[in-house]
Design a protein around this ligand. Structure first.
Ligand code: NAP
Length: 268
């Protein structure tokens, strides 16, 4: 199948393109880096020619409330319009577990708007809700930092490795459209503050992580199960401790293509 991966140069996108290619599909990475811009429509008609499936794993360069809303509304609207014209039969998008419980967050409101456009479009679709990626630990800590400490609530947390996310999204992309949402999460549950503490300590990051029930996660107050997937969720295989060991033994960004490495370096 010809499968176009929007955001194919990113953390998940680059792994997805590689996995789909290894399965014998024609996986095409599409992003501004390769002349395809979903905000302007540039390159879309060309890249979607003959595509059966489009997977959208793009992300907004800015998480500022207005910018991120503009990104997901405009890019998704353009993408769906060009997909309809090209006769694409399956639109797959990656979103976040618990969007419906996290609407206090401007970023999540933009993801909800993205999902609404997809559900209202004429194109058969599948939405994958993932929990937070292991690779996102530092960004979460940065967002929650006040002075030299990181404040996070002691709620349940079930993060997943980007590799497991890409495998799950690849399975969905080659399957029939669900016209619905599936959830994926990591194989183990932690406490939010405990996991971020472990992640920072493994990087020799000196910040102290303080459990604070009212600390917000990207603008949203959390309760015990806000970030946790439901009972039917598909679980990844990679354990956080093993992922940490593996990451420590590799040079920074060793497994990333150049643009994803640049993004990760920005995050780091
Ligand atoms: N982080 C988490 O814990 C988490 C959890 C659940 C779901 N998600 C979702 O996972 C998705 C992927 O995240 P990620 O971390 O893999 O993203 P990422 O590494 O930041 O990559 C973003 C991608 O978006 C592309 N992009 C940016 N502007 C674009 C545009 N105008 N047109 C087309 N492509 C554009 C970038 O292309 P260039 O390289 O060419 O700029 C890049 O390929 C996001 O939608 C996010 O909401 C994340």
């Amino acid at each position: 199948m010809k499968i176009v991966v929007i955001g194919g140069s990113g953390l998940i996108g680059s792994k997805l393109v590689q996995k789909l290619g290894a399965q014998g599909h024609q996986a095409v990475a599409a992003s501004p880096n390769s002349g395809v811009n979903t905000l302007t429509g540039e390159g879309l008609a060309e890249v979607l020619k003959g595509a059966q499936v489009v997977v959208d794993v793009s992300n907004s360069p800015s998480f500022e409330e207005k910018a991120v809303m503009e990104f997901f509304k405009t890019s998704t609207g353009n993408l769906l319009k060009y997909e309809a014209a090209a006769g694409v039969g399956h639109h797959v998008a990656l979103s976040v577990v618990g969007t419906e419980r996290l609407s206090e967050s401007g970023y999540i409101r933009a993801k909800i708007a993205q999902e609404k456009l997809i559900k209202e479009s004429s194109i058969p679709y599948s939405i994958v809700h993932a929990t937070q990626f292991f690779e996102f630990v530092k960004s979460i800590a940065d967002e929650a930092t006040e002075g030299n400490s990181v404040r996070l609530p002691h709620v349940l947390f079930q993060p997943i490795a980007a590799d497991d996310v890409a495998s799950a999204v690849a399975r969905v992309a080659v399957g029939s459209p669900l016209n619905g949402t599936i959830e994926i999460g990591g194989p183990e549950q932690f406490r939010f503050d405990d996991l971020i503490r472990k992640g920072l300590s493994a990087r020799n990051d000196p910040r102290e992580v303080i459990a604070d029930p009212h600390a917000r996660y990207f603008g949203a107050e959390l309760s015990e199960r806000t970030l946790i997937p439901g009972d039917g969720a598909q679980l990844g295989e990679i354990r956080f401790a093993d992922w940490l060991k593996r990451s420590a033994s590799q040079p920074p960004n060793a497994n990333l293509p150049s643009t994803a490495a640049a993004t990760a370096t920005k995050r780091a």
